[in-house]
Design a protein around this ligand. Structure first.
Ligand code: PDD
Length: 296
């Protein structure tokens, strides 16, 4: 608790052109992000004070903004400068940056956005903690749930109520997370992650589509897999594919790849983090070290 408080008291956030203490940051009650969930966001890992996979995150931010017709308020250089300035104001070597753009403030509530609104830009950073040692040795428990979301899950929208409800439902079932099964019977992703399975030594993941977020960690894993002669294949996955997988991983910027060892109460493979996950974890850490040294 006291550690959390000290983190908060040191925190500087970026809000609409200013760097200010988090405790002093305020937004309007009429912000469309607050009233309608009308905005998009990014979560970007930072290693040794360097933004990781920045181009990919920036591209996805631009795609999300374009998809919801919010004008991109900054140039590529200005985005980079904003986040690097924010990162440098904090002592943590490894951080994760949260960046949100909403459509802006509209005094009269109306579903229809007014013309010429000024987007609200908000960013903050937190220390990025290593994944629990227990998870690395024992893995996590996951349940499958019906994917109750809309048909534009490729947009990184701030409206996350379905994801919150699915995470809660997983918790109520005694699990750490959920893997989502779409109305067409295919697997889309986790509640805040992408899904990769291992079958006969091959990595398999659902293709990018409106059903899931195009994860940046997934891109990095594909790149790392290619440089270690691991086959990475995009194809639709069913519940049966999950149930017969040798390994299941959940991938995200804050957790990298987490091994799932229990699916709907049944062991995945031998019930411990698998050999391919172990190899990928080593390769991924090497890739991060090369990135920090400027080699990739
Ligand atoms: N979420 N799918 C969903 C629904 C997500 O929310 C996320 C990440 C991912 C993985 O994307 P990436 O590898 O680019 O982090 C997939 C972030 C971490 C979050 O909302 O906190």
């Amino acid at each position: 608790m006291s550690q959390n408080l000290s983190v908060v008291s040191q925190q500087i956030v970026y809000l609409n052109g200013e760097y200010i203490p988090m405790s002093e940051s305020q937004i309007s009650t009429q912000d469309r992000g607050f009233l309608f969930g009308d905005g998009v966001y990014e979560v970007i890992p930072v290693y040794q004070q360097k933004l990781f996979a920045w181009e990919e995150h920036l591209q996805r931010l631009k795609n999300s903004l374009a998809a919801v017709s919010i004008p991109n308020p900054l140039t590529d250089d200005a985005w980079l400068d904003l986040l690097n300035t924010l990162i440098a104001k904090h002592p943590w070597q490894d951080q994760f940056v949260y960046l949100q753009v909403t459509r802006g403030i509209q005094m009269q509530r109306d579903h229809l956005p007014a013309d010429c609104l000024t987007p609200t830009i908000y960013a903050y950073t937190n220390p990025l903690k290593p994944v629990d040692a227990k998870i690395l040795t024992q893995g996590i428990q996951v349940v499958t749930l019906e994917d109750i979301r809309w048909l534009r899950c490729d947009i990184k929208a701030i409206a996350l109520l379905p994801n919150v409800l699915m995470k809660l439902a997983a918790k109520h079932q005694g699990a750490d997370d959920a893997i989502l099964v779409g109305r067409d019977g295919t697997i889309s992703e986790g509640s805040a992650s992408n899904v990769v399975i291992v079958k006969n030594g091959e990595l398999l993941t659902p293709p990018n589509s409106h059903k899931l977020l195009p994860g940046v960690t997934r891109i990095v894993i594909e790149r790392v897999a290619a440089s270690h002669q691991l086959s990475f294949v995009e194809r639709e996955l069913t519940l049966q594919d999950l149930q017969s997988a040798d390994e299941i991983w959940l991938t995200s910027s804050t957790k990298e790849a987490l091994p799932v060892t229990l699916l709907d109460g049944v062991k995945v493979g031998s019930g411990v983090p698998g050999p391919v996950w172990n190899r990928m974890r080593d390769h991924y850490q090497q890739y991060k070290a090369q990135f920090v040294s400027g080699l990739v």
